[in-house]
Design a protein around this ligand. Structure first.
Ligand code: F6P
Length: 342
């Protein structure tokens, strides 16, 4: 078969390991031929691709980013007939199937294409770990490792200066990175979009840590807003899809803590640092397994499905499962961590 691969949406450590897994298995077992679309769906729309012989994926499993590039382009943009565009491109280049590696937006597009007759399978990715259709997404573990190391560093300098450190990590509508990295670093309070906290409560935890002679560490997910946020607390720009472009909640919170408690409070935004760099061993293995399993989906004509991690097994589920619900931090995980605050 001749198979097209694309990576779409925000990048994520492990994308190259998926590509490598697909190409090695397809080449060895089925003598498949591969092309890689440049910059996600943009490459499909504009017929921009590279050939992907096995030698091109040599050694890329341990490298971050994506050798194919990525974008948030969408074949259905502005009412376009996305399926017609994609099918025409595939026909012109004798492509039998597409493997789309991406988050909820990419998988939503892949599902729409599938419903219109495009032979496509999915591989889920997101550092936010917010897809319900899989237990963990690759990239999340790497982001947590990077965030934890950074939080440890912030605690160290915070201790020297007797400051409150407010660290902002990624997580648009879910707080998985904040929960895991904050718990690992021993944060004194962790603010998640899923669970309401007032500024008073946050200050209470900060004060209690300070009173015990600790330098308080506050970890905030970028999508968190305090329940009693003052008017104009955050005012986000919108991205090309009309979604808030997050960033800045730590900088808004730190001066309020400083003013209310009279302790010096400093804000740090970890931002895209969490997404760059080499994937951890865990993410390399997960990504490789998902890539090799995606080859089986294509050869089994299981279009409209995506590979997924359930427990320790790789299974496959309908693409529609990935877009139906967001995996939020459950109450039980909040209860576990909340007891550690202050
Ligand atoms: O969806 C993953 C994510 O990393 C979010 O946590 C973050 O808000 C967003 O992507 C940032 O996207 P961009 O790369 O467009 O700034």
């Amino acid at each position: 078969m001749k198979i097209g691969i694309l990576t779409s949406g925000g990048d994520c450590p492990g994308l190259n390991a998926v590509i490598r897994g697909i190409v090695i298995k397809g080449d060895k077992l089925f003598e498949d031929e591969f092309i890689g679309y440049r910059d996600g769906w943009r490459g499909v729309i504009e017929n921009d691709f590279m050939t992907l012989p096995r030698r091109k994926v040599r050694g890329i499993g341990r490298i971050g980013g994506t050798i194919l590039g990525t974008s948030r382009a969408n074949p259905f943009h502005d009412g376009a007939d996305g399926a017609e565009i994609v099918l025409r491109q595939m026909d012109e280049n004798d492509i039998d199937a597409i493997v789309a590696i991406g988050g909820d937006g990419t998988l939503y597009t892949a599902n729409r294409l599938h419903e219109a007759g495009v032979p496509v399978v999915g591989v889920p990715k997101t550092v936010d770990n917010d897809l319900d259709a899989t237990d963990y997404t690759f990239g999340f573990n790497t982001a947590v490792e990077i965030a934890t190391e950074s939080l440890d560093r912030l605690r160290m300098t915070g201790d020297s200066h007797h400051r409150c450190m407010v660290a902002e990590v990624m997580g648009r509508s879910v707080g998985w990175i904040a929960l895991h990295s904050g718990m690992a670093a021993g944060a004194h309070v962790i603010c998640l979009p899923e669970f309401p906290l007032t500024i008073d409560e946050i200050c209470g935890y900060v004060k209690s840590a300070f009173d015990r002679g600790r330098a308080p560490l506050v970890v905030v997910a970028e999508g968190f807003i305090p329940q009693d946020a003052p008017e104009g607390f955050m005012d986000y720009d919108l991205d090309e899809f009309g979604r808030p472009r997050f960033g800045g909640v730590a900088a808004a919170l730190a001066p309020i803590i400083e003013e209310r408690l009279g302790v010096e409070a400093r804000a740090t935004v970890l931002g895209h640092i969490q997404r760059g760099g080499e994937p951890t061993g865990y993410d390399r293995v997960l990504a490789t397994r998902l890539g090799t399993a995606a080859v089986d989906l294509v050869h089994g004509s299981k279009y409209g499905r995506m590979v997924s991690l359930r427990g320790t097994e790789i299974v496959d589920v309908p693409l529609s499962d990935a877009i139906d619900s967001t995996k939020k931090v459950p109450q039980s995980r909040w209860d576990e961590v909340e007891i550690l605050f202050g």
